[in-house]
Design a binder for this molecule. Structure first.
Ligand SMILES: Nc1nc2c(ncn2[C@@H]2O[C@H](COP(=O)(O)OP(=O)(O)OP(=O)(O)O)[C@@H](O)[C@H]2O)c(=O)[nH]1
Ligand SMILES: [Zn+2]
Length: 198
């Protein structure tokens, strides 16, 4: 188990070759028969490269935890955290919200870190199931709480804007760990507060 550490900086180090990405984006558009000769589209390959680089670049953050001096042992839940990620099958966005909660143990987490952990795992080609589990597992490892719950609801544009074009369809995934999985009262409270049927 990784011990909580207030000075731990979470950062994905990754090389991004924007020039190569811009060249490839131009060739990609050309292969699709889309001309980039007009003044307004001349910069499009570069914009595409920078846009995807941004979608795949999570902001580094400091993992701040505090001692749970009062022995608070009820649910801490951040609801409606905005989510944007990119599906790994089509590289199209999926967008929605996440509800992330935990039952504290010896430490509590700076609240904003719940959203930052989500961003950390969302800024890469993803599937919603893996994203949900990665956020929950990360919190379990770094905070060692009594329980963790993550619910994500998202619209996958690869499913709504193309392909089957199921406009308005959303997908819900959840991961419950520790007491939020095994203790009926805690589980029920979490699911009620996140709007999930028990
Ligand atoms: N399980 C899961 N599937 C996803 C996610 N995002 C996209 N997909 C699916 O990934 C699948 C890829 O299937 P393929 O049959 O290879 O792709 P496709 O021919 O474009 O399929 P259609 O979307 O049905 O046209 C599709 O069914 C998508 O809906 C996700 O987060 N989780
Ligand atoms: Zn997709």
């Amino acid at each position: 188990m990784t011990m909580p550490n207030a000075l731990h900086v979470v950062h994905d180090v990754k090389e991004t070759d924007l020039a190569a990405a811009e060249l490839a984006a131009g060739q990609f558009l050309q292969a699709l028969g889309i001309s980039t000769e007009s003044e307004s589209m001349r910069g499009t390959p570069g914009r595409m490269a920078r846009a995807y680089a941004e979608l795949f670049s999570p902001r580094p953050f400091e993992l701040t935890t505090f001692p749970n001096d009062e022995g608070y042992d009820e649910l801490v839940l951040a609801r409606n955290i905005p989510l944007r990620s990119v599906c790994e099958h089509h590289l199209l966005p999926f967008v929605g919200t996440a509800h992330i909660g935990y039952l504290p143990g010896h430490r509590i987490l700076g609240l904003s870190k719940l959203a930052r952990v989500l961003e950390h795992f969302a800024c890469r080609p993803q599937v919603q199931e893996r994203l949900t589990k990665q956020v929950a597992d990360w919190l379990q490892t770094h905070l060692d709480p009594q329980g963790v719950g993550v619910v994500i609801q998202a619209e996958h544009t690869c499913m709504t804007l193309r392909g089957v074009q199921a406009i308005g369809a959303t997908t819900t995934t959840s991961t419950l760990l520790g007491l939020l999985r095994t203790d009926g009262r805690s589980r029920g409270e979490f699911l009620t507060l996140t709007g999930m049927p028990g």
